[in-house]
Ligand binder design. Structure first.
Ligand SMILES: Cc1cc2nc3c(=O)[nH]c(=O)nc-3n(C[C@H](O)[C@H](O)[C@H](O)COP(=O)(O)OP(=O)(O)OC[C@H]3O[C@@H](n4cnc5c(N)ncnc54)[C@H](O)[C@@H]3O)c2cc1C
Length: 386
């Protein structure tokens, strides 16, 4: 009889892999996690200080139950952080969030539709009410609305990721940092995972390698983009850009561009970035570890901000580059490709995937254990692109 080094292995410990490790270990599953760099590094997607989570997800009705479950788990993780980690607020702040845009647009209109469909409490603002309540957002046309979701919040990805890994290790998971999986070799009944240091056998493997997923499983329908993140200092220290007055937001403009960001939080400057990078978000090879930045990363914002968010310095105080992975339909890919009994994948996390990380981790644990899924996620099957 084969003896396995681990019952299951997780490859890639960004937010999704860390969540899978946490949920698997907390169920008592013998699991080992591999990360090619040091966890919470800045070469993947799960970094940058803050991420917005919200329940009213307009992209697909099936994402709302996942968002609800994830939010419960963020609360649970934050409570654990209060007791053992960097503190509750350092992980998750339930500060609410605002979306602004055309009433019939995908951002504000879509959010309002999802909120109504799923009974998520929201408050709506007319354009003039928005101008009064959130004066740092300027140039709001009269056909735009605001949708305030009190259940939205801010997650700090690096803290959250470390907290999930700590809990996983406390529950018995093994974490191998600086361990890149170079080859997945099918063997009878399982998989042999190769690193430069040696190999490990596992009955099942969960691949959560983000932008590097196609390198492990060629042929996956995933594209990777380089996305700049930009932080600005207010011109005046009058508190106008504090989170209370300039909350977490997404704002769709009439030309389809989407701004997103958040006000000053715990020592961070104001974050204002463009959702798709407006040309700066180019397709790239994640193996290229050059994350240097240049004026083209903020030139579009330099032109836009005086009209849309005045009161900030014209040059960003800080710029970072993050990666975004997208499927052809913009939804995640999660499941067993081709029904493989030993391989499970989760990727294509896109620009909203951090919020869903704990729920994704739980769904991955269900798949590993062959347990019935607590919510239908068939619409995310990797085979839908075949
Ligand atoms: C600019 C930007 C803004 C965003 N804003 C939001 C937001 O407000 N709200 C939100 O919910 N989401 C947001 N997102 C999306 C969110 O950040 C991502 O969906 C999420 O972080 C994806 O996590 P991941 O674990 O799939 O990928 P990653 O964090 O990239 O993790 C993959 C990991 O796999 C490792 N790996 C790869 N190959 C191997 C290998 N062969 N062996 C071992 N390890 C390997 C990598 O080193 C990496 O650590 C944003 C994304 C970007 C780019």
């Amino acid at each position: 009889m084969t003896r396995w080094d681990a019952e299951s292995a997780v490859v890639g410990l960004g937010a999704w892999g860390a969540a899978a490790l946490w949920r698997l270990a907390s169920r008592g599953v013998d699991v080992i996690g591999f990360e090619r760099f040091t966890p919470a590094h800045a070469l993947g997607s799960s970094h940058g200080g803050s991420r917005m989570i919200r329940l009213a997800r307009p992209e697909h009705p099936g994402l709302v139950p996942l968002a609800r479950r994830s939010r419960e788990l963020w609360e649970e993780l934050a409570d654990t952080g209060r007791e053992h980690g960097p503190g509750r607020e350092s992980l998750f702040t339930a500060c609410g969030g605002l979306v602004i845009g055309p009433e019939n647009g995908r951002v504000a209109g879509g959010t309002l539709g999802a909120a109504h469909e799923h009974g998520i409490p929201v408050r709506t603002f007319t354009a003039s009410a928005l101008r009064f309540r959130y004066p740092r957002h300027t140039g709001i046309p009269s056909h735009h609305i605001g949708v305030w979701e009190p259940s939205a919040g801010l997650v700090r990805p690096e803290h959250a990721l470390r907290a999930m890994l700590t809990l996983a290790e406390q529950a018995g998971a093994r974490v191998r940092s600086e361990s890149r999986i170079t080859l997945l070799e099918p063997i009878p009944g399982g998989i042999r995972l190769h690193t430069a240091q040696g190999s490990t056998t596992a009955r099942q493997v969960v691949l959560t390698a983000g932008a590097w997923l196609p390198a492990l499983l060629p042929g996956l329908a995933l594209q990777t983009f380089r996305m700049p993140l930009t932080w600005y200092r207010p011109l005046e220290a009058d508190g106008d850009f504090d989170l209370e007055y300039f909350p977490l937001f997404q704002r769709e403009l009439d030309d389809g561009l989407v701004l997103w960001g958040s006000g000053v939080t715990a020592g961070n400057d104001v974050c204002v970035s463009l959702y798709d990078g407006a040309g700066a978000g180019k397709q790239f090879d994640p193996e290229d570890t050059d994350r240097s930045v240049g004026a083209e990363d903020w030139s579009h914002l330099e032109r836009l901000l005086p009209a849309k968010v005045p009161g900030l310095e014209t040059q960003p105080a800080r710029v970072a580059v993050s990666t975004r992975t997208r499927t052809p339909d913009g939804l995640y890919t999660l499941g067993r490709p081709g029904g493989d009994p030993h391989v499970i994948i989760a990727g294509g996390a896109g620009a909203q995937g951090l919020a869903q990380a704990p729920g994704i981790g739980e769904a991955l644990a269900d798949l590993v254990q062959g347990a019935p899924m607590s919510m239908p996620l068939d619409f995310l099957s990797p085979d839908r692109f075949n």
